[in-house]
Design a protein around this ligand. Structure first.
Ligand SMILES: Cc1cc2nc3c(=O)[nH]c(=O)nc-3n(C[C@H](O)[C@H](O)[C@H](O)COP(=O)(O)OP(=O)(O)OC[C@H]3O[C@@H](n4cnc5c(N)ncnc54)[C@H](O)[C@@H]3O)c2cc1C
Length: 492
């Protein structure tokens, strides 16, 4: 393992020079997340570019219509800053509610935002404010900054300088803490402005599991009438949340709605009556590709409430069913489409073997994967066609992964009236060994990312795009995302 070099620039210009010179280097803020990830071997930058002496990133400036907070300002400074306590009390309180004094003394606003932990408080606060995140290259509205779990719009070499938050009439952040880490099990931030803006009320929720998100229905209700009562009857759909060892998706969704009421009540002085419990719903039959056939024409990936590990997706492809079928059985097409796939070999008509390198575990691991294909109904037997795949992969000492995947294809007319293919898949992944401890959220997060990339790429390749392997940036983004998830998992 090569040694990591430590660099300590004193200006933004020097930081940029360091990153240009050492593209495998990584910015170091307080190190709360990054050093933990390095200790676990989840990331191994060539250089650490420490930002603590960069004065351009240290300011808090309050003006009549906005506040500027530099990326390197710690949670403790934000909590203790008198002007913020008076004019932006929500920010000071949010910062004060983060973990313990030691964490607050070292953790930074910029590090938290760049990390984009799906249970972190700052992404919710910043999104609710409709803040602007300013980098050395551009201004990014908060609505476009948080792109996925542990993933942001920041590009390689981009440095977050700070955040500009507009003044608002009232703001509140309420969280229900995960007792061990004090991260938000769920947290809700609400801001309300009396200025004539497009969104006078903004509601942002963290902790549901898919990353911070706004709740448009609550915003519309509160815009119509600024009171707890206006939220009566509003529920967050459980499929907006994820289950893990700490809480189920439906519990998280329920908590989100309750906390939203409490946040409004804290501002209006009302009592945050709990919403009436929803009537028990009829248990749904497990969804298979066939049962999904007519539910949704859009492309999507879904998590299943009855089996949190199961996922499914549905995609429209412009090619015919036989063309899609052939492509799915062709290693020359599959290899460039599967993120991190180093090789794939057809052993016989029904057996394949693949080597896929992913960022699972302490170091990026090679999964040696065996694939057994069972064509249940090939195109020659008419539609809908269907095949089953049994995948089993060995990830060395980390354990094994396996999945049963059902793929279902039928002809579908596009909105433009041309015939294409609707491809639906349903997978039940399982992990064993050490990997099993990581739980459904990891499987969900990685499977969602991978399947999205796979189908985007498949559509491109079938449309005639080059079959060159995926650009490293895409693969890197996914690995980073997964590594950060693992890093937080181990921190708890
Ligand atoms: C026990 C514990 C409990 C916590 N509880 C909470 C909580 O309740 N709520 C909450 O919001 N947070 C919480 N945190 C998060 C914590 O406070 C930090 O904000 C977070 O871990 C990021 O750490 P950091 O600021 O030290 O950044 P680092 O770990 O140094 O960096 C994190 C990532 O951001 C990148 N980065 C840092 N600065 C920049 C920049 N200026 N530009 C671009 N990229 C940058 C780094 O390269 C790295 O990838 C908790 C942390 C711990 C350890």
């Amino acid at each position: 393992m090569s040694e990591v070099q430590y660099l300590r620039p004193t200006s933004l210009a020097e930081v940029q020079a360091c990153l240009q010179q050492h593209p495998q280097g990584q910015l170091l803020a307080g190190g709360q997340s990054l050093l933990a990830a390095m200790r676990l071997g989840l990331t191994q930058p060539s250089h650490l570019v420490d930002l603590q002496d960069v004065v351009e990133l240290q300011d808090i400036r309050v003006s009549h219509d906005h506040v500027w907070i530099g990326a390197m300002v710690t949670h403790a400074r934000i909590a203790a800053e008198g002007q913020l306590q008076r004019q932006y009390p929500m920010l000071a309180e949010l910062a004060h509610g983060i973990a313990d004094q030691q964490v607050r003394n070292v953790g930074t606003l910029g590090g938290s935002l760049a990390n984009n932990d799906p249970a972190a408080c700052w992404p919710a606060g910043v999104l609710a404010y409709g803040a602007t995140l300013v980098t050395n290259q551009r201004d990014i509205p908060a609505d476009h900054f948080f792109t996925d779990l542990f993933t942001t719009a920041l590009q390689a070499g981009e440095v977050l300088l700070g955040v500009r938050l507009p003044a608002c009439a009232s703001a509140q952040y309420v969280k229900y803490e995960q007792p061990a880490s004090r991260f938000a099990m769920v947290g809700v931030a609400i801001t309300r402005t009396t200025a004539n803006t497009h969104s006078p009320v903004r509601v942002a929720i963290t902790g549901l599991g898919h990353g911070v998100m706004r709740w448009p229905e609550a915003e519309a209700a509160l815009q119509a009438h600024w009171s707890v009562q206006s939220l009566d009857g509003l529920r967050l759909a459980p499929d907006l949340a994820q289950s893990d060892v700490h809480a189920s998706a439906s519990y998280r969704a329920h908590l989100g709605a309750v906390l939203c009421r409490r946040a409004v009540a804290a501002q209006t002085g009302e009592v945050a009556h709990l919403p009436r419990p929803a009537a028990p719903s009829t248990p749904r039959a497990p969804q298979t590709p066939a049962s999904l056939a007519h539910t949704n024409r859009a492309n999507h990936t879904t998590q299943h409430a009855h089996n949190p590990a199961a996922i499914s997706g549905s995609h429209h492809l412009t090619q015919s069913v036989p063309q899609v079928w052939d492509a799915l059985l062709d290693p020359a097409v599959l290899q460039p489409c599967i993120p991190g796939c180093e090789s794939i070999q057809r052993l016989d008509d029904t057996h394949y073997s693949a080597v896929v390198k992913v960022g699972l575990g302490p170091v990026s691991a090679r999964f040696v994967t065996q694939i057994h294909l069972q064509p249940v109904r090939p195109p020659s037997q008419g539609e809908p066609t269907e095949c089953r795949l049994q995948l089993s992969g060995q990830a060395g000492s980390l354990g094994q992964g396996s999945a049963e995947v059902v793929v279902h294809l039928h002809t579908e007319m596009s909105d433009a009236g041309t015939a294409g293919t609707r491809l639906m898949w349903h997978a039940t992944p399982q992990l064993s060994g050490q990997l099993a401890q990581l739980g459904n959220r990891l499987v969900q997060a990685s499977a969602r990312s991978l399947s999205t990339q796979f189908f985007v790429r498949l559509t491109q390749v079938m449309g005639g795009a080059s079959t060159a392997p995926l650009p490293p940036s895409i693969f890197y983004a996914w690995r980073t995302h997964l590594s950060r998830w693992l890093q937080r998992f181990f921190k708890r």
